[in-house]
Design a protein around this ligand. Structure first.
Ligand code: URA
Length: 261
């Protein structure tokens, strides 16, 4: 496993643990496999996760925890594995010209079973340097937005429409969005959040397949494959237009209502 894969794995474990803590995790049980436990993977048979094996072999008195998502730790780990498979499929992506200028591909991070996913436009300079989404100034504002609805960053999932930085932070071009957006679709299909919050016009228009303005779209809740989408302004836009914070707060309340509904 290389450094980037290890970092992604660590991030997914952090998300998993955050989910378990929310569910009241008091201790992590180390399952002792029984001597006759079957191997994790037999040639010709589909591989089974270590967590699935551990669940089968754990001590009978072991307590089981489920997260507030209603997702069991085994399901949560399966989602993490499926997300890793999507990441591996993306590989050292050269599907569009953005690969020529990127430092790191920024896949996304957070709880693989998150009930809330934020979708941004594309990595900026800080994200390109670190290989993580929303870690610059706009990211710090996004963190505050997340906290304002009583959540922590590790409890949600954060990703972008395009995974590589458009030079000069320009809006991604259609020929860059087109090969990348299937991976966003796959991420959302794995996570199956209760609500998606799109940040800005690019994410909103890409997900909802529309050219309408964000000011028009943010007044209501739309659906993406049956999942409610709450469009709001991009945090970078909010930094330039702080007067729009009241509107974003209304949008976040709508997100909260859906989460609690
Ligand atoms: N802006 C985005 O749209 N995404 C990031 O990850 C950072 C800034």
């Amino acid at each position: 496993m290389n450094e980037a894969e290890l970092r992604r794995l660590a991030e997914s474990i952090r998300g998993t643990v955050a989910g378990l803590r929310r569910a009241g995790l008091r201790e992590i049980l180390r399952a002792e496999p029984r001597p006759a436990a079957p191997p994790a993977h037999q040639p010709g048979k589909p591989g089974r996760s270590q967590a699935a094996l551990a669940a089968e072999t754990e001590h009978p008195s072991a307590e089981r925890f489920s997260t507030e998502t209603g997702t069991s730790p085994v399901e949560q780990e399966e989602k993490a594995e499926r997300l890793l498979a999507v990441r591996n499929e993306l590989g050292d992506c050269r599907r569009c010209r953005l690969h020529e200028t990127r430092t790191h591909l920024v896949f996304g991070e957070g709880d693989p079973a998150a009930r809330l996913v934020f979708v941004g436009e594309g990595p900026g300079a800080d994200e390109d340097r670190q290989g993580r989404p929303f870690v610059g100034r706009a990211g710090r504002l996004l963190d505050k937005m997340i906290q304002s609805i009583g959540l922590e960053r590790g409890q949600v999932y954060i990703c972008n429409v395009v995974k590589c930085r458009p030079p000069g932070n320009r809006t991604p071009a259609p020929e860059e969005i087109e090969p990348c957006s299937p991976f966003l679709t796959k991420q959302l299909e794995v996570i199956q959040p209760k609500v998606i919050c799109t940040l800005g016009a690019c994410a909103t228009q890409t997900l909802l397949q529309t050219r309408k303005f964000i000011s028009e779209l943010r007044s209501g809740v739309r659906l993406w494959r049956g999942i409610p989408v709450v469009p709001t302004y991009h945090p970078a836009y909010l930094l330039r237009n702080p007067a729009k914070k009241a509107d974003v707060w209304k949008d976040l309340l709508r997100v909260l209502q859906i989460l609690e509904g």
